[in-house]
Design a binder for this molecule. Sequence first.
Ligand code: HAM
Length: 412
Amino acid sequence: MRLQAPRGTFDVLPEQARAREAVEHAARRVLEGAGYERVETPAFEATELFARGVGESTDVVQKEMYSFDDGGGRSMTLRPEGTAPVCRAYSEHGMHKLPQPVKLWYLSSFFRHEAPQAGRFRQFWQVGAEALGSDDPAVDAESILLLAELLETLGVGELRLRLSSLGSPATRATYRAGLQEYLRSRAGELSDDVRARIELNPLRAFDSEHPGTRAVMADAPRLLDALEPEDREHFAQVRALLDRVDLSYEVDPTLVRGLDYYTRTVFEFSSDALGAQSGVGGGGRYDGLVALLGGPPTGGMGWAAGVERMLLAAAPQPVAAPPAELFVAWTGEAQRVAAFALVADARRSGLHAQLDLAGRSLKGQLRHAGRLDARWVALLTDEGAELRDMESGEQEPVAVEQVVARVQRPIL
Ligand code: HAM
């Protein structure tokens, strides 16, 4: 039986790899242009990091983690997201001693055991950006604006930005208790799933597609109406900054994110160019997370955007492989080694150079050079070397040691 890639995973083939390089290039330009520096954390971490950081009651921790015993009785988990690991790294490496905020970005793969469908995979890639060490509303606005710029650079269409604020943990706790009371009072109208989660995660009720639950939630108390004055002011300042740079958004008081660490600002970009999995990228502020993981009290704000979803929504033009500048064809055993050495030389001089590696006849080699769209072909035969300009078809004798110089500075 022929083996296949596991369900929910995919191979990145050369053409797709080139499209991904365009994403990486755009991310680097947009983020490094704003002072973000690249960081990478391990592909797996102690399970406790995500249990504590992302939250025991979230779907991610409850159902979606690939966890395993490391052979020494410790539970490890393939990272389902990047924020908790970056916060761990921030305090582990004493980054709170650096000038704040510390701005970090990553492009890595993440793992979630979800039901695969279009735009939803079990191994997927995210571009993420985290700014740690400041609770200035300008950090929030800048962070959101950078994701907007990245999506625009990539040509992700039909975008919608939703924005809300979750306030402080204390406000949320009071609000949560009030919401639970409300949900209990109308429990009979809720879906079984939502009813079962009233105690564990009542906020997720806003996410439900169930008609009865939706009707109940339309009249539910809203967190946005219960914010403390300083959180209300913080949110107003974030909005004012976004207004000032003409980034349009809608305030959506029902916006909930699937991770527990958020405080104050939360946001999500979705694209109608995608199907059911319309979330392209999202994030928010997480002022308690570093401390929750044992570090110093630290403000944080960031986002992550799915690479596959950005590519699906942007439908970028496939990028062609760069053509070879030089192809070295040869015939006669004596030329074999000379051709190999010439190609090595050409590459050392910075040329994209290739030679036949499949035992083709001279005719076959020339045909192959055409397929590679080679600009120049050096022919090494018993009679000596010749250089052919593939554009004009002209061919001239050349000394082998002159080939690289001639290709770099053609005089034909
Ligand atoms: P998230 O909303 O869980 O946030 O994921 C961010 C993005 O990753 C989503 O909008 C989506 O594009 C992509 N994504 C998530 N799951 C999958 C999947 N199974 N298949 C394909 N793409 C997927 C976070 O992960 C937070 N760490 C974001 C953040 C950073 N918040 C603050 N800082």
